[in-house]
Design a binder for this molecule. Structure first.
Ligand code: GDP
Length: 386
């Protein structure tokens, strides 16, 4: 069947066109010049006939895979299934929780096998550029790499660390790599819960190195530390410690420190930063027994030092595995995670009770208006709801 529409040559109209058209009130189009006095050029277009009514039954909605099917597809390496499972795990919808739980319990025996590496650094330190270069290097070595993000700022701004994926363009095109931007802010344990569960899904899907990126502004480091085996801190070469806003505590939880941007005109300053950091690290208390964090010079742009960095990461894993630290830490992390889940759930259930919510609202108003001190209000509140 051809196109039903037919266009006619432009004609000069005098406010009436065809006898067959019912005489409706005519509105002169806005583009007609004021002095046209009702005469203007227009174009007539034949109306498209409405399609004949059919009696076909409406299409059935597409069948959603069951959790068992999704788990099976995910384990066999289906990236779409992995992405869907992550979406379920990230969802705050109560209806999705049992589905997510079923998937997690099915895949659990296959997870826990990857090396989990946290990467932190202030905005601008070069995290995205580094992950792009380092991720490619790992893929070239035959590893399958998943990149995830924990972003405290997304809870406030709605942004995300990996939001700008164009910066990881080559990596995101590789079949061996899976990149997932940070989950949106959430309840029930927040982004931490979601990222932990996403790690398990990625491991079950066969990724053997998980890079978890976070912004080095002090809020999420401890959370990421509690979900990875090795914590890597990226520093800006030559920027000066105070400029980097890095807290001493973050340097203390790092197992490897890499001074980025050791290239071009910045080489001398970056090397000076590295020497300074080496001096600082020597005086700090270290989180991993028997391991003094190495400080390396790297460049995400030229690739300088990336091979050395990987060698140090491997050394770290060998050290922690042979010393039993690795397994011990994972067990502790599982307990910390369980506790956080219970605490969050209890808190949510408690505040959702109608009498608690009512009283909380009243007491908060009293505090806000200065009628009662917060400490006293807390005591009164708990005594009243016990
Ligand atoms: P992020 O905010 O930590 O993710 O940092 P980006 O990866 O977005 O990098 C911030 C800026 O530093 C970008 O303009 C990068 O091109 C640049 N950059 C990152 N790594 C290097 C590096 O090794 N050398 C140089 N010269 N520039 C870099």
């Amino acid at each position: 069947m051809g196109d039903e529409r037919r266009e006619y040559e432009p004609t000069v109209c005098e406010q009436s066109t065809s006898e067959a058209v019912p005489q409706l009130e005519r509105v002169v189009p806005a583009w007609v010049p004021e002095d046209a006095e009702g005469t203007y050029a227009s174009r007539e277009v034949m109306a498209v006939p409405a399609p004949a009514q059919t009696t076909r039954a409406p299409l059935a909605p597409p069948k959603r895979p069951t959790p068992a099917q999704l788990s099976e597809a995910l384990v066999s390496g289906d990236r779409t299934a992995l992405a869907r499972a992550i979406t379920l795990v990230e969802s705050n919808a109560p209806a999705h929780r049992p589905l997510a739980r079923e998937i997690l319990s099915t895949i659990l025996p296959r997870s826990n096998k990857a090396r989990r590496i946290g990467i932190s650094g202030v905005p601008g330190a070069g995290k995205s550029t580094f992950i792009e270069a380092f991720g490619n290097l790992l893929c070239d070595k035959g590893y399958r790499v998943a990149v995830l993000a924990v972003d405290p700022s997304s809870q406030i701004s709605g942004g995300s660390v990996l939001g700008d994926k164009t910066r990881m363009e080559t990596l995101s095109r590789r079949q061996e790599c899976f990149i997932r931007p940070s989950p949106s802010s959430g309840t029930l344990g927040g982004v931490g819960r979601k990222t932990r569960e996403t790690i398990l899904l990625c491991e079950a899907a066969g990724y053997d190195i998980i890079l978890v990126e976070t912004v080095g502004v002090g809020q999420s480091e401890t959370e990421v530390r509690s979900m990875v085996d090795c914590f890597l801190l990226l520093m800006l070469g030559g920027a000066g410690d105070e400029l980097q806003g890095i807290k001493k505590g973050i340097v203390e939880i790092a197992e490897i420190i890499a001074v980025n941007k050791t290239d071009g005109d910045n080489v001398h300053r970056a090397r000076a930063t590295r020497a300074e950091l080496e001096r600082v690290v020597a005086f700090l208390h270290h989180v991993t027994e028997g391991w003094t964090p190495p400080v390396l010079s790297i460049s995400a742009v030229t690739g300088l030092g990336l091979e050395d960095l990987w060698r140090d990461i491997e050394k770290f894993f060998t050290h922690t595995q042979t010393a039993g630290i690795f397994a011990e830490r994972r067990r502790e992390q599982a307990i910390v995670w369980w506790r956080a889940l219970v605490e969050n759930e209890l808190k949510a259930r408690f505040f959702a009770k109608p009498n608690v919510a009512r009283l909380a609202e009243k007491i908060q108003r009293d505090i806000f208006e200065g009628r009662i001190a917060p400490s006293m209000a807390a005591e009164e509140f708990l005594a009243a709801v016990e």
